[in-house]
Design a protein around this ligand. Structure first.
Ligand SMILES: [Zn+2]
Length: 429
């Protein structure tokens, strides 16, 4: 029998994700966790949320929150990635030159966390370019995998980056201590992020992967993102080589030629868990390799950022056919108008030749949690998991397919619960 401390929510539909949708579903929460998911509550008084769907809290598996205060993406749609990277470098230098930094950085991250909650996101995979402290963000309930970014082609830069990575991991528990049981702060999990093949060669990648393995932390890398990256790997030349020359960051001894993303996948597989960010231009052999390592390697697709750069069609069919865990990310507000992961899901579901809606739902929830190594705690509505929930208001019409209602253009995220507590909006309306 449910005790008075239990919270019971009723909805038109409950989507457990790992089980069939429940029409007229009821979800019981006790001590921050899901106690039961069923068709009707046998005891206790439920709060009827009305014409809504309850989903597991959404997972945004790839963000750079430092850009969250941007009013619009940097650059222009369909621009080449090397040119866009130069715009980012220029923006960073201008921002760093202002007297308000690092306060502006903290403000942007805080805004990104708040925006994420408003979009129903309860966990994210964040690429950090500075060492995060818990202290500036104690009130934020969003769980974060914090992947400390590393860049370095020259020998000196590689050494400095490796030292930064070692310090990040050894100092993490002091910087981000495990929240107390009654704290609103979400989990913080350390990780490492070698940036991309055109900024990280094997002499930095290999020790970073070994470090991730010995520390038991995940690793995330932008890979196979653009045709220019493939050209750089194959020839050592092209727009990325020219960009590195202009930035004074190239080192002829760092790279090789006749390389493919495959050569990077072999190294990333050394880590316990790896997130391959984008993977827009992976070939058959590379997808086969990911499939072989599907229990600990995930692909992260960033749909609207993909559209921003006008990349070739994403290989989602080939990935899903191979049962590669495909998660979703927004990437940053430097290439996307916002951090709305539900908008990413709805966009994919609206594509005539896109994945099935049930697959889209799993991509935005369970697969993201799996990518971050948090799937034992979240990503599905199952007894024992944390009560991280996204509540979506549905259109006032009847449909034989609840998923069609869920991804209707009028559907809207209206509430976000983290560990059983309402976090967005802060008060019930
Ligand atoms: Zn990114």
């Amino acid at each position: 029998m449910a005790s008075p401390s239990a919270k019971i929510l009723r909805a038109r539909y409950v989507f457990p994700v790992t089980g069939a949708v429940i029409d007229g579903g009821v979800l019981t929460i006790r001590d921050r966790r899901i106690e039961a998911v069923e068709r009707s509550a046998s005891t206790g008084s439920a709060e009827d949320l009305g014409n809504v769907a309850i989903l597991p809290g959404l997972v945004n598996a790839h963000t750079h929150l430092e850009f969250s205060a941007l009013a619009a993406p940097l650059g222009e749609p369909a621009m080449g990635l090397p040119q866009w990277i130069e715009r980012v470098v220029t923006w960073r230098r201008q921002t760093a030159a202002t007297a308000t930094d690092p306060i502006s950085h903290t403000t942007a991250v805080r805004q990104g966390l708040a925006d994420s909650l408003s979009y129903g996101v309860t966990a994210l995979g964040e690429i950090c370019t500075v060492d995060w402290d818990q202290q500036p963000f104690p009130e934020h309930a969003v769980a974060c995998g914090l992947f400390r970014e590393q860049i370095g082609l020259t020998a000196d830069r590689c050494q400095a980056s490796l030292q930064t990575a070692e310090n990040w991991l050894s100092d993490f528990d002091r910087r981000c201590p495990t929240p107390a049981a009654d704290s609103p702060t979400g989990q913080r999990c350390p990780g490492l992020s070698p940036h991309a093949p055109y900024t990280v060669g094997f002499r930095l990648l290999e020790p970073l992967c070994q470090l991730a393995r010995s520390a038991g932390v995940p690793i995330a890398m932008h890979l196979a993102e653009s045709p220019q990256e493939l050209e750089f790997l194959a020839t050592g030349g092209g727009p990325f080589a020219e960009m590195l020359d202009r930035l004074g960051a190239s080192d002829p001894s760092a790279g090789g030629t006749a390389l493919r993303p495959y050569d990077y996948l072999l190294r990333l597989a050394e880590a316990d868990r790896a997130l391959v960010i984008h993977g827009n231009y992976l070939d058959e052999r590379e997808l086969d390799y990911l499939a072989l390592h599907r229990n600990r390697m995930s692909l992260v697709y960033c749909p609207r950022t993909h559209v921003f750069f006008d990349h070739d069609r994403y290989p989602w069919e080939a990935a899903l056919a191979r049962q590669i865990p495909l998660a979703l990310g927004t990437d940053s507000c430097a290439s996307n108008p916002d951090l709305d992961l539900f908008a990413e899901m709805r966009w994919i579901a609206s594509q005539a030749t896109g994945p099935a809606p049930a697959q889209v739902l799993a991509m935005g929830t369970h697969n993201g949690a799996q990518a971050l190594g948090l799937d034992s705690q979240m990503g599905a509505l199952e007894p024992g998991k944390l009560a991280n929930l996204t509540v979506v208001r549905l259109p006032e019409r009847v449909s034989a397919d609840p998923l069609e209602l869920l991804f209707d253009p009028q559907s809207q995220v209206i509430r976000t619960y983290v560990q059983g507590a309402l976090r967005h909006p802060e008060r019930e309306s």
